[in-house]
Structures are given as structure tokens and as C-alpha cells.
Design a protein. Structure first.
Length: 552
């Protein structure tokens, strides 16, 4: 894919907008003078999902999934090495500013002028969410002067995150007011063009309050947010059902290729993304520090094994455990970079709309599955995990154990909801209820027996597992709480050994692993910005110390 290079502020909207009266009917429909809100909104929503997703058509999630040891890769993100010009960093930034924020500004302006307040409110929520992601990832970003080329600003200055966050909360409050003051009698109201909620304003209102809740939670280590988060909880306006979850839908493939960007690995000419052995062993119950001997029932929904456990030994594979095939983070092994296209385990039905793993194996391609799976922005299970975190941290009152239990059960329901919308030809069993209750009980027993620090680790590790496929949020959770515990080669003497007998009944040799850089606490400023924007800050020199404002 050709890399698009631009400076914020010269980004273009879907179409050049020029109009003297917002409600004029175009004389020439082939050359419209205004882009309708019903055209802008779905484009904004889809590109928000793409900006966060993984894959060659995705953005920030590609590398962050590796940084958070949910995935490994043969590429720049290995050993935390993705630089300022890395493709997915640039694409995530471009999608966020060019496709989302440029067009939300137009959407907000024209819908406010025309009195279409539902559209205005939705635009403000999407704008606030997108800017919050950028602040969380970079710290300082163009905000006040972003997308101001018409006003003569070619080189927007960067605002500090601590100054942007209060304005985002104010923007969310404005959005809530717009949703309250809008009317079904407005000239234009969202419907099926709204791919997230289909014009359901009550759900958008809950998304707004849930986003505000999230922004307050992020700041809990630097300020007292107790009164504010309790007010939101007591309002009853948080997302409170699976169906209310704030998600960008993808797929299936129709008139246009609308599949989840991460599904691209199914038809990639060279697969470069691998499920991390770290999350695999935790979910299999192999990790001796957490959830030992507790097997997670979500495994066959999370990834698909092209190999079968009964397949013969293959000496070209670095890490194999039955049908599961991957490689280590920081691998220096002899099989690093070998083409195991038809053996490597791929993402499954839940994160990217791939296949459910029925144990029968089989090579995958573009027609193996539908690619229909949403990018999850804020789900009901997220809300519950955050509440459990706040209770455990003493920010709010409540029962952390029962809230945590409910969060785990809700995460199982979310898997079922995604599967139900996938349209798969496979017979995929239901996960929630009896199929997963035993697992939840075992984890809850471990939680109840743990000390305070371990309880927080258990909450956040389960949230990390629940967020598999929603790659950006765990990066925030880790920097805020210090959990989950991440893989560090130094803790294992720089050498890892795959599971015994996992390769066709034989042992695979140990693998040398290394880590050249420390964990990055924020992302490097985009190379084009540093080189072309005269008002851009100097590049960060040590990402391992470059904290965002809400980190203590």
C-alpha cells in the first residue's frame, strides 16, 4: 500500500465542501456542494475502527497488540522497535486526523447550522473518543489548531494532553446536550447510515457517558475522581447490556470489502502476525504465576489452528503445542523468519471474524470465513472490569469480587454476540452459561484467596484477555495499573523452551530470545510531522520514560 504523507491541517474531507446555504439542493447531483451527514457519518465510524485495528488496512492496533504480548510479529514491533516512520503508526495517525477528525469537524459544523442536533451530538462523541486515543498514545497532539488550513494555519501547534482532556469532557457534555435537544422532527436524523447504533439516540447517550467515565478513570492516579465517577454510575447512563456496547462493525464481504482489517492475515501472501505464546500459555493454564491449571474456554474462539495435534513433527516450527503454532517475542532462533504460511495459528472468529477452531485444522484463505467482527471501543464488560478496578483501588465502594465475576461472565456473552453476527457456516457452540461458568468459578476462587495487589493483577489480566482483538485499550490499562505482567526475556535467562512433546509428540529445542529496548510509555511522534510541521515538538529520545500526563 502506498504510504500517504501529509501534515495535519492540509487534510481533505471526503469531498471538498463549499456551500452558501447548508440546506440548498444541489443543481448538479454529480458535483455536490455539500457532503451529506448521512454520507460523512458512516465513513467517520468505519475509519475510526480502521485507525485502531490491526492489519495492513489497520492502524495502531497492529503494533500495540505486540507491545501488549497478545500477538508477536516478524516486523518492526518486535522488541518494541517500531519507529516514527513505521507504516501502521503513520496509517493510524492519518486515518484519525484525515478521515475521522477532518470529517467530524464538518459533520458537527453543518449539522449544528442546520439544526440536526442528533448528528452534531454523535459527531462530538466520535471526535472526543478519537482525540482521547491520540492523547493516550502520544501525550501532546495537535488539537486547538488541527484541521485549520482554511483559517490559514498550515503548521498546527501541539497541545499538551493535560489541557486537552478537560476540553474533551466538555465536548462530551455538549454532545449529551445535543442528543437531549435533538428531535425526531429534525430535518435530517441518523438511521441505517449510523453503522454503530443505527440512529438509537439512547445508546449514543450511554456511549457518551461511558466515554466520560473512561476519561475520568484514566486520571485516577493523578487526581481524585471519586465524586465524578460515582455521579456517572448513579445516573444510570453507563452502557449496561451487551447490545449497548460501543463498537464499529465490520464485514462480511459484500459490494465492498468491509471485513475486519485484521482478517487480512487470512489472505496475506506472507503471514507476519502470530498469537503470542505469553497469552497462549496463560489461557492454557501453563503459567505458574497466574491461573495455573485453569484452561480458558475462549481459546477456540480467539484463534484457529491450521495444524492438527496429530500432525507429524515439523523441524521448521519454533513453537508448537499440538495444533498451536507461533513464534516468540524477541526470537533469535534459527526458525525466525521461515515461511510457515500454512502451519501458523491465525486469529479466530471473535477478534477478526475468522474461523472457530474445531480441532480439525486446515489451511485458511480469503474464503475460509466471513471476516465479520466488530472493533470494540467500549463494551459492557469493559465497564464492569473498570468498576471492579475502581472498587479494588478504593475509588468507589462496592463488592469487587461479584463485580469482577459479572465482568467475566459478560465477556463470554460478548463472544457469543460477535459469533451470532458473524454469519459463519460453521456450527459454533455457545460459550456463555454452562460452558464457561466452571472457568469463571475457578478464577473467582483464585481472586477471593489473593492479597490486594494480586487481586488487581487478576482483574486486569482478565480484562487484557477479554480485550483480545481490541488492541489499543490494554496499552492504557497496563500503563495505568502495571498489569498484566508482560513477557520479559530477562526473567527467563534469555532462553525459552516450548511445551514438551508439543511438536508431533517430540520436543522442540529451546530458543534464544532478547529485548533490545525497554517498554515504551508513549509512541514516537510521526516522522512526517517532525520533519515538515514547523510547530511540532522535538522527537522523544527515550520512549521508556516518555509518560503521558495521566501516568503518575
Amino acid at each position: 500500500m502506498k504510504k500517504i504523507k501529509l501534515i495535519i491541517g492540509i487534510a481533505l474531507a471526503v469531498t471538498v465542501v463549499s456551500c452558501s446555504k447548508q440546506l440548498d439542493i444541489n443543481n448538479d447531483p454529480n458535483n455536490p456542494t455539500i457532503v451529506k451527514s448521512s454520507v460523512l457519518l458512516p465513513r467517520v465510524e468505519k475509519y475510526l475502527g480502521k485507525a485502531l485495528a490491526s492489519g495492513s488496512e489497520g492502524g495502531f492496533g497492529q503494533n500495540l497488540s505486540v507491545y501488549m504480548h497478545q500477538m508477536t510479529m516478524y516486523g518492526d514491533a518486535d522488541q518494541y522497535s517500531a519507529g516514527a516512520g513505521e507504516f501502521n503508526w503513520v496509517q493510524g495517525w492519518d486515518f484519525a486526523y484525515r478521515e475521522v477528525l477532518t470529517n467530524t469537524d464538518i459533520l458537527i459544523k453543518q449539522s449544528t447550522q442546520s439544526g440536526d442536533l442528533y448528528y452534531a451530538g454523535i459527531g462530538k462523541i466520535l471526535k472526543a473518543y478519537t482525540f482521547s486515543v491520540l492523547v493516550d498514545l502520544y501525550g501532546s497532539v495537535p488539537f486547538t489548531e488541527a484541521n485549520s488550513l482554511v483559517g490559514g494555519i498550515k503548521y498546527p501547534r501541539y497541545d499538551e494532553g493535560k489541557d486537552i482532556y478537560p476540553q474533551l469532557i466538555a465536548l462530551i457534555d455538549e454532545a449529551v446536550g445535543d442528543l437531549k435537544n435533538g428531535s425526531e422532527n429534525d430535518l435530517n436524523i441518523p438511521g441505517n447510515d449510523d453503522v454503530i447504533y443505527k440512529g438509537d439516540i439512547k445508546k449514543w447517550n450511554k456511549a457518551a457517558y461511558s466515554l466520560k467515565f473512561k476519561l475520568l478513570l484514566e486520571q485516577r492516579k493523578i487526581k481524585n475522581v471519586s465524586a465524578d465517577v460515582n455521579a456517572i454510575i448513579n445516573s444510570g447512563n453507563l452502557i449496561s447490556t451487551t447490545a449497548e456496547s460501543f463498537m464499529v462493525p465490520f464485514g462480511p464481504n459484500g459490494a465492498t470489502d468491509d471485513r475486519n482489517p485484521g482478517f487480512g492475515e487470512y489472505f496475506a501472501t506472507q503471514r507476519t502476525m502470530f498469537v503470542s505464546p505469553w497469552i497462549y500459555e496463560i489461557m492454557k493454564g501453563y503459567n505458574t504465576n497466574i491461573f495455573k491449571n485453569i484452561v480458558d474456554p475462549r481459546i477456540p474462539y480467539y484463534w484457529f489452528n491450521q495444524m492438527k495435534a496429530s500432525d507429524a513433527f515439523n523441524g521448521d516450527l519454533e513453537y508448537r503445542d499440538g495444533g498451536f503454532v507461533t513464534q516468540y517475542f524477541g526470537t533469535q532462533g534459527p526458525n525466525k523468519g521461515k515461511n510457515n504460511q500454512n502451519q501458523v495459528t491465525v486469529l479466530g472468529v471473535f477478534p477478526v471474524g475468522g474461523r472457530y477452531d474445531d480441532g480439525n485444522g486446515g489451511r485458511v484463505n480469503a474464503s475460509s470465513a466471513t471476516g465479520a467482527a466488530p472493533y470494540r471501543l467500549i463494551t459492557y464488560s469493559d465497564i464492569l472490569f473498570w468498576k471492579a478496578e475502581l472498587i479494588q483501588a478504593g475509588v468507589i465502594t462496592g463488592n469487587a469480587s461479584t463485580t469482577f465475576e459479572t465482568a467475566m461472565k459478560e465477556s463470554m456473552k460478548m463472544v457469543d454476540a460477535v459469533v451470532e453476527g458473524n454469519g459463519s457456516s460453521q456450527q459454533i457452540p455457545k460459550l456463555s452459561g454452562a460452558a464457561s461458568d466452571s472457568f469463571v468459578d475457578k478464577v473467582k476462587t483464585a481472586f477471593d484467596a489473593a492479597n490486594a495487589a494480586k487481586k488487581m493483577e487478576i482483574i486486569m489480566t482478565q480484562k487484557w484477555i477479554s480485550n483480545f482483538g481490541a488492541w489499543v485499550e490494554p496499552y492504557n490499562d497496563y500503563r495505568r495499573t502495571g498489569y498484566p505482567v508482560l513477557f520479559d526475556p530477562a526473567n527467563f535467562g534469555g532462553k525459552m523452551t516450548p511445551p514438551a512433546g508439543g511438536n508431533g509428540g517430540q520436543d522442540s529445542p529451546s530458543v534464544v530470545v532478547s529485548q533490545s529496548l525497554k517498554f515504551p510509555l508513549s509512541l514516537p511522534y510521526i516522522l512526517d510531522e517532525i520533519s515538515k510541521n514547523q510547530n511540532a515538538p522535538k522527537q522523544k529520545t527515550d520512549l521508556s520514560t516518555a509518560k503521558v500526563f495521566w501516568m503518575p
